[in-house]
Design a binder for this molecule. Structure first.
Ligand code: GLC
Ligand code: MG
Length: 580
């Protein structure tokens, strides 16, 4: 009786299809690569004006290739008066003159393609610049363009003075409304005054944005990172008698009353309509994929609840972003976090993620403190191991491969509106994003090899004389070399198809396992400066010896060292990749 029942089961287990892990499938280019973010103003300056540019990037593509990066996402390089350093676009169809010309851009794509590096641009759909033709035309009374923006009448207070329509606040402090005499109304700007919000309830705006997407996809780019996309729609004011309602207080009393976090953004963020707009944008991407077979990727920039972030993947038959940025390793954890916190944060994304979609891992960008600053320089290799060896897409902000830290930028040198608008020469640095945007560190020469100018747009961070590409390439062991090895290792089937589980062995030591068929790797990251001995046989099927494949630069181990899985010594802040 039993044998009869077991036989079909055995047959199933032994048939190739089932024993072979069934998630081995063709993977698309974006699923296995690393996306490397370049902030164009700070990467490489080719013409000596102290400002990075496109030709600078082109000249460094070989570096990226050698590093093992397969795709670059570029912060905006479109024409801009630079009130928000390129996120205020005055001409969506042109290259910013400090960064080069359209020809330079075409050269950049051609050179990247030649090396097999895909280029992804930054789409900024929520707003334009107040110096754009569209906004200028709106001020001139052109109705078509008036309707591109969000206008509202003033409120007259008891003294007869003009006041903004409601309490909505800009991300960069103060009212989100700015008065224009020419129109006799206020316009909405969720970001700086120079970034008037576009009106997504106007189909002509939607069509215009789709044409912008088409224009750049036509030039051969592989997709877009989509900026501030959860701000696209404001609540429908017709539901409130034709007036935009006040937002409630967040209850967060630690923040300045003028700051964005003082309010709870129930009317200006995460509106239901936004998701459907993203799915419509995705259809435009897919028009191009249908033509030439190359998948165009969408990466959405949204800081929101995990449930809301997941909606960007799509819903039912409606497709959204392949890569809704997972910012949890930026927002939920830092140097003070325990191994348990790290595990919990990683599991959070894995738990909510649709089972048929890829995860992604991000530890830094041009809006947040650098990874090595947030986690501490000792954890650079450990964090890169996490980003590059977990299942899914790895994203790197330029300099993370070197462990670049935030630079000091004095109040006088501060240019980021988020810092300047604090009007606070003492505490501005808490809000300023300049420190994570200081020039890339190429070598120990003038301006870290970034530029030959006498003054660069932001000062180079201290310590560049020893922390730079050239030094790390020359050193026997360096973050650069660990990163390069990780980029290679992640091409292995185990990391492409393998399953994942993890354990916080104690409050300090986080370990994850990747396995595929009979291959198993264990990645150990010690978050603290305490030594331990850990018993990896805690993981099911982990017994016998493990050997060191890679280790962080402070590790006393050597590649090839063998340990018994039941007692692996781990020193402070050590990161180790072990193979069973
Ligand atoms: C995004 C960008 C940020 C910019 C803002 C407004 O958050 O990453 O740099 O200031 O959008 O465009
Ligand atoms: Mg330049």
């Amino acid at each position: 009786m039993k044998a009869v029942l077991l036989l079909p089961l055995l047959l199933v287990l032994c048939s190739g299809n089932v024993v072979k892990n069934d998630n081995e499938r063709d993977q698309d280019w974006w699923e296995t690569t690393i996306f490397y973010q370049i902030y164009p103003r700070s990467f490489a300056d080719s013409d000596g004006d102290g400002i990075g540019d496109l030709n600078g990037i082109t000249s460094k593509l070989g570096y990226l290739k050698e590093l093992g990066v397969g795709a670059v996402w570029l912060s905006p390089m479109f024409q801009s008066p630079m009130y928000d350093f390129g996120y205020d676009i005055s001409d969506f169809y042109a290259v910013h003159d400090e960064y080069g010309t359209m020809e330079d851009f075409e050269n950049l794509i051609a050179a990247a393609n030649e090396l097999g590096i895909k280029l992804v641009l930054d789409l900024v759909p929520n707003h334009t610049s107040n110096e754009s033709v569209w906004f200028q035309e709106a001020l001139n009374g052109n109705e078509k363009y008036y309707n591109y923006f969000v206008w509202e009448d003033a409120v007259i207070d008891e003294n007869g003075d003009r006041q903004p329509p409601n309490n909505w606040r800009s991300h960069f402090r103060g009212s989100a409304w700015e008065w224009r005499d020419e129109v006799g109304q206020y316009y909405l700007h969720q970001f700086v005054v120079g970034q008037p919000d576009l009106n997504y309830r106007n189909p002509e705006v939607v069509e215009e944005m789709k044409n912008i997407i088409r224009f750049w996809l036509d030039k051969g780019i592989a997709g877009f990172r989509v900026d501030a996309v959860n701000c696209l729609f404001e609540v429908d004011k017709n539901l409130f008698g034709g007036k935009y309602p006040d937002e409630p207080l967040s209850g967060n009393l630690d923040v300045h009353p003028d700051s964005h976090d003082y309010l709870s953004h129930i009317y200006t963020k995460d509106q239901n309509e936004t998701y459907y707009m993203v799915y419509e944008f995705r259809d435009v991407f897919d028009e191009f994929t249908a033509k030439d077979g190359l998948t165009r990727v969408m990466m959405t920039e949204v800081y929101a609840s995990i449930q809301d972030v997941m909606r960007y993947y799509g819903e039912g038959d409606l497709l959204g972003a392949q890569i809704p940025f997972n910012f949890d390793l930026i927002t939920d954890v830092d140097a003070s976090s325990s191994a348990n916190d790290i595990k919990y944060t990683i599991d959070k994304f894995m738990t909510y993620k649709p089972v048929d979609k890829e995860a992604n891992w991000v530890v830094g960008n041009h809006d947040n403190k650098r990874m090595a600053t947030r986690y501490g320089p000792s954890l650079v290799d450990g964090m890169n191991m996490i980003v590059l060896l977990l299942p899914g897409v790895g994203v790197t902000y330029m300099g993370e491969e070197l462990g670049m830290v935030d630079g000091y930028v004095s109040w006088e040198d501060t240019v980021d509106p988020s810092g300047c608008n604090t009007n606070d020469p003492i505490n501005y640095a808490d809000s300023s994003r300049d420190p994570c945007r200081t020039p890339f560190q190429w070598n120990a020469e003038k301006n870290s090899g970034f530029s030959t100018a006498d003054k660069t747009w932001l000062p180079v961070a201290d310590g560049y004389e020893t922390l730079n590409v050239e030094a790390q390439k020359a050193a026997e062991r360096s973050h650069y070399k660990v990163y390069q090895a990780l980029a290679k290792l992640r091409q292995d089937k185990v990391f492409r198809y393998g399953r994942y589980d993890s354990v916080a062995f104690n409050k300090d030591v986080f370990v994850f396992r990747r396995w595929y068929n009979d291959e198993t790797y264990l990645v150990v990251v010690n978050m603290r400066d305490t030594d331990y001995e850990i018993d990896l046989t805690y993981f099911e099927n982990v017994i016998g010896d493990v050997s060191v494949v890679l280790r962080s630069i402070q590790s006393p181990k050597n590649e090839g060292d063998v340990f018994n899985a039941s007692s692996v010594p781990v020193v402070g802040y050590e990161g180790i990749v072990l193979k069973l």
